[in-house]
Every structure is written in structure tokens, then in C-alpha cells.
Design a protein around this ligand. Structure first.
Ligand code: CO
Length: 174
């Protein structure tokens, strides 16, 4: 029997969010327990996607659900974006590691992903629309790239106080 895992969110500017995550090497029950805990954290926080570094795990693992329907849960283990295609689209993004901060980010519309499921079976699929947007955002987390890196300098100025507040909050909790 695998233990139930409960995760807290890792918020900006926690250093783990800046690390390049490591490939998952072991598939099976322990990995599924992590995935279950990540989906719970994502839903409780009203997010649509979550990357493992956001719960303090330096693993190349992400979960997402673009619709809120349980059958649309998607888990990508060791995902690689092998192709980006379509028009570049500007869309407002949020991030559970940046509570209350939203900013326009420009990204290609579609992405083709190679990954594994939690049993180690390979997946290859092209995604478009909101799902593609979430995957590209979450995949950034695995490379240590954050919303603050993708926003315009005007948005950085607009959000300066909120970003500074997160830094202050982080300092106080140590
Ligand atoms: Co994020």
C-alpha cells in the first residue's frame, strides 16, 4: 500500500523553481502516488496545471487538466517538446507559484510532445489550444523558467509590488 502524499505549493522566489529538473527513472506505484498528490494540490489551488518543482520535487513530471473534467487529466513524465507550430498567440497566464499575478505571454499555438505515462509507456501527441498553452507553461518549470521571465517589461513594472511582496514573504518564512 502506498502512502497518501499531501503537497504544499512552492512559491516564487524559492530556489528550487530555478533548478533544471531531473528525469524520472522509476515508474509505478510511488510515481502514481506523487501524481495523485499533485492533482489534489492543483485542484485545491484551482489550477489547471502543475509541475513537480512547484511541490518541491526536482523531477521532470507535470500534471494538467484543461477542462476540469476528470477524464481530461493528463500526466506527462519526462516530457520533451519536439515541435512547436502554428501562429504565435498572446494569452494571459497565471501560475500557482505567483499567486494573484497574471500576465500576457506569447507562445506558438501548438506543440508536439514525447513523454511517458506513469507506467513508463511512451506517449507522442500533438496538442493545440489551451492544453498546448498549459503544457508549454509547465514544461518551462522543468527548465527553471518562470512566468516572470516570460512577461513583458511593462508587466514586470506593473507587478513589481506584488513580486516584491512574494520576495518579502519568502524571506520571512525562512
Ligand atoms: Co507555473
Amino acid at each position: 500500500m502506498t502512502e497518501k502524499l499531501t503537497f504544499d505549493l512552492t512559491l516564487f522566489p524559492s530556489p528550487i523553481l530555478r533548478k533544471v529538473a531531473e528525469p524520472v527513472e522509476t515508474f509505478g506505484e510511488d510515481l502514481k502516488a506523487i501524481v495523485t498528490g499533485m492533482f489534489e494540490r492543483m485542484r485545491e489551488s484551482q489550477g489547471v496545471g502543475l509541475a513537480a518543482p512547484q511541490v518541491g520535487l526536482r523531477k521532470r513530471l507535470l500534471v494538467l487538466n484543461a477542462t476540469g473534467e476528470p477524464e481530461d487529466d493528463l500526466v506527462l513524465v519526462n516530457p520533451k517538446i519536439v515541435e512547436l507550430s502554428g501562429a504565435r498567440v498572446i494569452f494571459e497566464e497565471g501560475c500557482l507559484s505567483f499567486p494573484g499575478i497574471y500576465a500576457d505571454v506569447e507562445r506558438p499555438e501548438s506543440c508536439t510532445v514525447e513523454a511517458f505515462d506513469t507506467d513508463g509507456n511512451p506517449i507522442r501527441e500533438e496538442f493545440g489550444g489551451f492544453t498546448s498553452r498549459i503544457i508549454q507553461h509547465e514544461h518551462d518549470h522543468l527548465e527553471g523558467i518562470l512566468l516572470v521571465d516570460r512577461m513583458s517589461s511593462a508587466d514586470k513594472v506593473r507587478h513589481r509590488a506584488a513580486l516584491e511582496e512574494l520576495v518579502e514573504r519568502y524571506k520571512r518564512r525562512r
